[in-house]
Design a protein around this ligand. Structure first.
Ligand SMILES: [Zn+2]
Ligand SMILES: [Zn+2]
Length: 355
């Protein structure tokens, strides 16, 4: 129904290979490559179907774990998560370790002044030019190699305070990355790769690491903390995949390719409950006059035409809730969050009229 090919304005996009009637489902992404429910909401959002009932905490937990950071709205959702999301059983112990370390770090933090550290990697006079960022990551890798991270990092003063200083959003990033790394591990050793689970499909997405760090330089230090944390908590067998390259790959792709997990039904009041990455859906470009609507049903993302589409026309979605905004405001938002200047037909006309 559509093909992915280069666009005239850069990058790739989805183009109709035939006429498509209004209301046709052109794509269904069955489950995210990786997803995380934000820490504030994790007890209130079902780990499988993402159901959210206005802040009511779900009661059903994974069997045999203390935390793992997952709550479910029903027994059925728990079973489906186990069977579909973690059939190998490799993911649960990793999530459990992350949560145990978080809990331990938070307890330590309450009882001491730990968590403050004064030797930032990113010093005030740090220049973000040329290969400075690459060199910094090499320095971090050097430090980790010489500090034997697997031997209780919470006893290592250089690593300990960085781990204790992690904020909620950094734990969320760590979970998002951990899921992706377990996928990569399984893909490498078992070859189990349903089409939506391939690392290469994911790594083929554009990275916006540089744009992100230029916009918010403090994130570089934060990314380093997340990496150190993962290096410290991921079990030994995954360590070959916990590289700065892989961690940066996820962080760089999350920034502009993630789909927010929004409270349903979607209104302007909806809460953003988490973040998810659907590589197969990331080729839909943005238009302020989109011809495709994205809707979430449980873990699935559906893409449906909202009007008749001509053969050869590009299929576009709207990246955020911005269609009622003025052209200038949309342009600013897209530049800030998605790093591009929107050149859609609607923007072209509205900006020309405004000028
Ligand atoms: Zn559920
Ligand atoms: Zn536009």
């Amino acid at each position: 129904m559509f093909e992915i090919r280069p666009t005239a304005y850069g990058g790739r996009g989805c183009f109709a290979t035939c006429e498509i009637a209004r209301g046709t489902r052109v794509h269904c992404a069955p489950t995210p490559f990786t997803a995380v429910i934000f820490r504030d909401f994790r007890k209130e959002v079902c780990g499988y179907c993402f159901a959210y009932d206005l802040g009511r905490a779900w009661k059903i937990r994974l069997r045999g774990t203390e935390i793992a950071g997952l709550w479910f709205c029903s027994e059925g959702c728990r079973e489906r998560w186990v069977n579909e999301e973690d059939p190998s059983g490799e993911l649960v112990p990793v999530l459990e370790l992350i949560e145990q370390t978080v809990a331990l770090a938070r307890r330590k933090l309450q009882s001491s002044k730990a968590g403050e550290y004064d030797e930032d990697f990113v010093t005030e006079d740090f220049s973000f030019e040329d290969d400075a960022i690459e060199k910094l990551w090499e320095q971090v890798d050097g430090l980790l190699t010489s500090n034997s991270v697997t031997a209780n990092p919470l006893r290592n003063p250089i690593l300990k305070n960085r781990i204790l200083a992690l904020e909620d959003i950094e734990y969320d990033s760590a979970r998002l990355i951990a899921v992706a790394i377990v996928r990569l591990f399984l893909e490498t050793y078992t070859g189990s790769t349903p089409p939506w689970f391939t690392w290469s499909g994911f790594a083929g997405l554009e990275s916006h690491e540089k744009d992100l760090i230029n916009r918010l330089p403090a994130l570089l230090e934060s990314h380093i903390r997340v990496y150190i944390f993962l290096k410290a908590v991921m079990p030994k067998k995954f360590q070959a995949f916990v590289t700065s390259g892989n961690v940066r790959a996820v962080l760089g792709r999350e920034s502009a390719n993630a789909f927010g997990i929004w409270q349903l039904p979607l209104t302007t009041e909806s809460e953003c409950l988490g973040s998810s990455i659907f590589p197969s859906a990331s080729y839909f470009n943005h238009s302020c006059d989109p011809n495709v609507m994205k809707t979430r049903t449980g873990r699935q993302m559906h893409f449906t035409t909202s009007r008749f589409v001509k053969k050869g026309e590009e299929l576009c979605i709207s990246y955020g809730m911005m269609l009622t905004m003025a052209a200038k405001a949309r342009q600013d938002l897209l530049q800030e969050q998605w790093y591009f200047k929107c050149g859609c037909g609607r923007c072209t006309i509205e900006l020309a009229t405004a000028a």
